[in-house]
Design a protein around this ligand. Sequence first.
Ligand code: C5P
Length: 324
Amino acid sequence: APRSTDAMTAPRPAGIPVTVRAPAKVNVQLAVGGLRPDGFHDLANVFLAVSLHDTVTASPCDTLEITCTGPGAAQVPLDDTNLAVRAARLLAARHGRAPGVRLHIDKDIPVAGGMAGGSADAAAALLACDTLWGTATPRAELLKLCAELGSDVPFALAGGVALGRGRGELLTALEVTGTFHWVFALADGGLSTPAVYRECDRLREAAGTGFTADEVPAPEPDPELLAALREGDAGALAGALANDLQPAALSLRPALAATLDAGRAAGALAGLVSGSGPSCAFLTADAASALAVAEALEKSGTCRAARTATGPVPGAAAVDGTVG
Ligand code: C5P
């Protein structure tokens, strides 16, 4: 009989579905530089992965099929613009094979919420297809494919806490101690990321400060924020949370100001718009405080729902039992 260790080294039998889950993120610092000639903005983007996940299952199929369930699934496009579909096509093309796979997304991350749900789906689909197809793509190559799919996709694969430079895709892992307790206030409807960046440019131009890459100072990570992460100091992290897209998100969705006020009044250490919004993120002192803030936010009528989460958490990974 095979020894038990053989199961860990034996090649994975073909044809068994693979399930991968990938986390949402909050940007604890999102410093936005000027508009580049290529239409992107240089960033100093400090990502922190949180415990809200989308789950992608890849099953054998002759053609490329996709389905989606979960809250907000109706807003997810099921055509070639879907980031999980694009991920499967990109990986197949890279290996010169047909993109035969049935993808199923179980969505729990708010759609168009500024929490990188689409990016999580792309990273999860990439990893699930790579395992299903046995293509064994090296990690560095997977990260490159992620960057081709979107600025936030490499971080969904990496997880933890990382600084994203460039348009956010050039990652450096950051040192962090312990776990932080978060509350997310979810809004009705999404915000378009390109529209929020355009509004950021418009507000800068209107303020007379300029908005192009040669006018805006290069974005830099805040040393105090990095120290707060390193030391696991929630109070110091709360004082350093910053999002340069927040004025633009508030300009497009003024009601978010009341959501931020409600979370702070309920005892959050700090609140900010998550990424390009409209989800709002609140940092709390501990798990009990997070529950109290979530309950108060739901009662306040300033959001659709509130969710607690912890982070950092690991990046995209196979769900136990589906690989091996
Ligand atoms: O990379 P991703 O596809 O997620 O970007 C979506 C849009 O967000 C871009 O087309 C661009 O308008 C905006 N963006 C940006 N600067 C970045 C990242 C995204 O202007 N660093």
